[in-house]
Design a protein around this ligand. Structure first.
Ligand code: SAH
Ligand code: MG
Length: 198
């Protein structure tokens, strides 16, 4: 595959996401992740929330040394991710798991855990998977701003949305009060939290 065709394949994946309302990471978020992976020489990544494989593919393409295990519970998305990962010939570096993340037990340690699944469940994801974090590893969470809604007045929101926003704020507090980690909240993309093991 030459560079040109990788570029057009990426465009295809993004187009599919847009047309099918799959919430993939925004460009600035992806740029941040790939730079972070290089800066910290990240080798192994555990991703919760594959969707159609876009972020996993972008992270894998950023360095030939990166291996990713990623979990998705929705069958259609998982199937699309299988197809996409094959297209990029990344089957040997991206391991897909089709299951609910809460029902999977993952073995081994990772340099980076990327939480990008159900936004109301982040405390539970964090607590379940931190055992899989290597010494001086990182847990990065996407969508801390939840499309900017985190800064809006609650009165204008539906009950469900309000509940979700509260959970994201609870997660933010959970991170701030977690004395095993140093945490920074970055206004990049849709809001990124980086927790590093002390
Ligand atoms: N990381 C992807 C986007 C993920 S969207 C990218 O940027 O390209 C979030 C995904 O998490 C959805 O596809 C949803 O089905 C999945 N998800 C949500 N809760 C989950 C859970 N408990 N276990 C596994 N997957 C989950
Ligand atoms: Mg996201």
């Amino acid at each position: 595959m030459n560079d040109n065709s990788i570029y057009s394949q990426i465009k295809e994946v993004k187009k599919y996401a847009l047309e099918n309302k799959v919430p993939i990471m925004v460009d600035r978020g992806i740029d941040f992740m790939t730079r972070f992976i290089a800066d910290h020489q990240i080798k192994n990544i555990l991703e919760i929330g594959t969707a159609i494989g876009y972020s996993a593919i972008m992270m894998a393409l950023s360095s030939p040394d990166v291996k990713i295990t990623t979990i998705e519970r929705e069958q259609d998305r998982y199937m699309e991710a299988v197809k996409n990962i094959k297209k990029f010939n990344l089957e040997d570096r991206i391991t897909l798991i089709f299951n609910d993340a809460f029902d999977v037990d993952i073995e081994g340690g990772f340099d980076l855990i990327f939480l990008d699944a159900a936004k109301g469940q982040n405390i539970r994801f964090f607590e379940k998977f931190e055992k899989n974090l290597n010494e001086s590893g990182f847990i990065i969470t996407d969508n801390m701003d939840f499309h900017g809604l985190i800064h809006q007045e609650e009165e204008s929101m539906s009950r469900n949305l309000r509940g979700l926003i509260r959970k994201i704020k609870e997660y933010e507090e959970f991170l701030k009060n977690n004395d095993k980690y140093d945490v920074s909240f970055l206004p990049i993309g849709d809001g990124i939290a980086v927790a590093s093991k002390k």
